[in-house]
Design a binder for this molecule. Sequence first.
Ligand SMILES: [Zn+2]
Length: 224
Amino acid sequence: MRGLTQDCLICRQTSSELICTYCQQDLTLFAPPLGDNNLMLWPVVSEGLKNVDFTQLYALADYQWPLSRLLTGLKFSAKLPHAKALAQLFVSHNIKSDFALPQAIIPIPLHSNRYLWRKYNQSYEICRHLSLLTGQPCEHKILLRAQTTKPQTGLSASQRKSNLRGAFTVASSSLAQLQQYHHIALFDDVVTTGATTNAAYLCLKKSHPQLRIDIWSICITLKP
Ligand SMILES: [Zn+2]
């Protein structure tokens, strides 16, 4: 909010915004050559995500400093103002007047054990702000983690896939709610191989095959 000053989350200089104008100008955000922010139309991105089923992906940038630091600060140190700053960046970068706004945003759920350990879900925290900024509801009770999955780190692509089979479920009490929608966004803070995001996407598709599901994310990891 203008008029109130705080420290910029990146450079710590006094700023009227969570991220000061200078740091915002220094960010290297995606600028697809065709001008369409759907990153799946951009070979630099889609060639690294060959095994996914989703066709619409909106994100801010490659997983690099300083956005990576804002994300890890949120995830591991509970720096909640980072969620608001990242949501603001996502909206100002992607949501222009001709943008097809989804009717709801669904955050990718954490497994409940990890939720208890960390006490909050970083994707949900960013989604709450995306919801406030877009006016569309954050539907965090529709998609649930179904079973304990091992952390994906260190697993091969095929191990990741089998680890994720059945990892998500649509809450039976929320099925009717989901089926009211024809277009939603599934939010995952970081898309790496796309395996987790795709498992959640397929779970929603299974419950509602006609649903348009866009993936929204802060960072994706581009293949070197
Ligand atoms: Zn700054």
